[in-house]
Design a protein around this ligand. Structure first.
Ligand code: PLP
Length: 287
């Protein structure tokens, strides 16, 4: 069966799945999304993702398109149709379709689309060599805590990284402190083996992988600080890494062309990736 997508109440062949040209997501980026990792057929941290979706929707005063149990049913049915075992489920909710006008429409129905994508495991090369990142000014709006589909600065940053031969761009605020990557959270490990990541605020998306990894770090008793760190601190750190629903935990070994630490994936980074992989492996699907 060809891959399917869910669009506003029906399952459609992925290739033909489409939304209306006056969907406010298309016209104004007036919508939010979630990317839920799927590991061995299990939706990882599904409820945390759905909690964040609820929060993003309520911050933008968009109604939930359906109840949580219904969302879970549709997710599972789409995964079943697509035989998804490892990859991710993407869901997007917009304010709906209405004649183009900036202010909220009076009675638009929220629009919901879902799609899935199978993913291969990260390559040995990435795991053994680590990733390059560049830094650039954070040009985004003041509500980066909302997982909005308005991602133009992120798109431009990721493109700048790709053009520089890097995987990711770490965005930097007006004080010279790293906020986060364009689609990942940023982390460093100090010479004293303390794990540092920026505290959750409007300046970053509070990644679900970040939240889970923080819990694992605490459970394992590693030293941890949630605070901003500067580009200089990152460049002179012992280790660096990034997290997201599709990266899990990946080592960063070069920042703006400078090696981080000894230029190889850090020992603690490698351990933390393993803790995260073990965590995913231990999950059983909830109803
Ligand atoms: N920061 C940004 C800007 C992102 O877009 C993402 C993921 O898409 C993340 C961080 C990581 O979030 P998560 O771990 O929930 O995937």
């Amino acid at each position: 069966m060809p891959r399917q997508a869910y669009v506003n109440g029906s399952y459609r062949p992925h290739r033909e799945a489409a939304v209306h040209i006056e969907d406010r997501g298309y016209l104004f980026a007036d919508g939010v999304y979630e990317v839920v990792p799927v590991h061995n057929g299990i939706l990882v941290d599904e409820d945390l993702h759905l909690d964040r979706l609820d929060r993003s929707l309520s911050e933008l005063q968009i109604e939930a398109p359906m109840s949580r149990p219904a969302l879970k049913l549709v997710s599972r049915e789409l995964m079943r149709r697509n035989g998804l075992s490892n990859g991710f489920l993407y869901m997007q909710v917009t304010r709906g379709v209405a004649p183009r006008d900036h202010k909220f429409p009076n009675n638009a129905t929220p629009a919901l689309v879902m799609m899935t994508r199978q993913m291969k495991p990260h390559s040995e090369k990435i795991l053994s060599e680590g990733l390059k990142v560049i830094t650039l000014p954070d040009q985004r709006w003041a509500r980066c805590d909302i997982k909005s589909v308005s991602l133009l600065p992120n798109v431009l940053g990721k493109q700048a990284a790709a053009e520089a031969g890097a995987y990711e761009a770490w965005q930097v605020d007006g004080e010279g402190q790293v906020t986060e990557g364009t689609s990942t959270n940023a982390w460093i490990v100090t010479e004293g083996n303390r794990v540092i990541t920026r505290d959750a605020s409007n300046a970053i998306l509070n990644g679900i992988t970040r939240i889970t990894l923080l819990n694992l770090i605490r459970a394992e008793g590693y030293e941890l600080e949630e605070r901003p760190f500067s580009v200089d601190e990152a460049k002179t750190a012992r280790e660096a890494f990034l997290t997201s629903s599709t990266s899990f935990v990946l080592p960063v070994t070069q920042i703006d062309g400078q090696p981080v630490g000894n230029g190889h994936p850090g020992i603690l980074t490698t351990k933390l990736r393993q803790h995260y992989m073990d965590y995913m492996q231990s999950l059983r699907q909830s109803a």
